[in-house]
Design a protein around this ligand. Structure first.
Ligand code: PAF
Length: 272
């Protein structure tokens, strides 16, 4: 498994695979890899001949007050995990490779990007869409895989790919959870022992909302359990993310974002 830094090296490798008639899957990541990412690589290997994993902590999706500087980074550890998982290529570009001097383009996303995370982090999905578009344009994969853990991100990427007719298939892969239900996330590393003890309540409570519990009451239960703040617990249409209408026959999704001390956790589950 090779690690390349530049788009030129990446494209050379992809061209060699294409010349051999091989299909390519991309798993975009920001590193600090855990079993959830490795599940994405496993799915990529099952669906394509070659699996490329990008590792890039994208500055444009963090607001100035967010955790860019302290976002966990461990490239050597990540590369070892990816080699063990059977990935074929790691693409770990520098910030100047992705955003060279004079870079002045940003994708504006609306629709599924506006509510929930979009209301609390208005800069976020524009940065995600811009970097994902560039990752897709550099790799030109047949398919790209994203975790359902970031469910709204997945909806926004599907919307962008559809709207811009990007020639790639997007696959969402089920969230990987700890035994106690906590969704795996690179940000779990920030949790203190006490916070880690409380954290699995999030999954328990949103699962109750999926079975019909009132979201406002669920928010109160989360605060009573020790969460510092609840940004939202909402039931939304699973594709458009407009408010869910029970009995509409449409798929629904419960989405939540909460704070435990200085750590913000998000999670989601399908409605029953
Ligand atoms: O989900 C992530 O890790 C990031 O948002 C992504 C999709 C790699 C874009 O930076």
């Amino acid at each position: 498994m090779k690690t390349v830094r530049t788009i030129a090296e990446l494209r050379q490798q992809i061209a060699d695979w294409r010349a051999a008639g091989q299909s390519v899957a991309l798993v975009p990541t920001m590193g600090a890899l855990h079993a959830g990412h490795i599940a994405l690589v496993g799915a990529a290997l099952a669906l394509a001949d070659r699996a490329v994993v990008s590792i890039f902590v994208n500055p444009t999706q963090f607001a100035p007050n967010e955790d860019l500087a302290r976002y966990p980074r461990d490239e050597a550890g990540d590369v070892a995990k990816l080699a063990g998982a059977g990935a074929h290529l790691v693409w770990a570009p520098t910030v100047s490779e992705m955003y060279p001097e004079g870079f002045a383009t940003r994708i504006v996303v609306e629709g599924a990007a506006l509510p929930l995370e979009g209301a609390f982090r208005p800069h976020h999905f524009g940065g995600v869409a811009t970097v994902v578009c560039k990752l897709l344009s550099a790799v030109t994969p047949d398919l790209a895989l994203f975790g359902e853990k970031d469910f709204q991100q997945l909806a926004v990427i599907r919307q962008m790919v559809r709207d811009l007719a990007l020639p790639v298939t997007i696959r969402g892969i089920a969230t990987v959870r700890e035994d106690d239900g906590l969704a795996l996330s690179s940000r779990n590393a920030y949790l203190s022992a006490d916070e880690r003890y409380i954290a699995p309540m999030l999954y328990k409570v949103i699962s109750e909302v999926a079975r019909g519990r009132d979201p406002a009451e669920a928010s109160e239960a989360l605060l009573a359990a020790g969460f510092t703040k609840v940004d939202y617990v909402e039931v939304r249409d699973a594709e458009t993310l407009v408010p869910f209408v029970r009995g509409s026959g449409r798929p629904g999704r419960v989405l939540a974002a909460v704070w435990l001390g200085k750590t913000r956790l998000i999670d989601n589950v399908a409605t029953g």
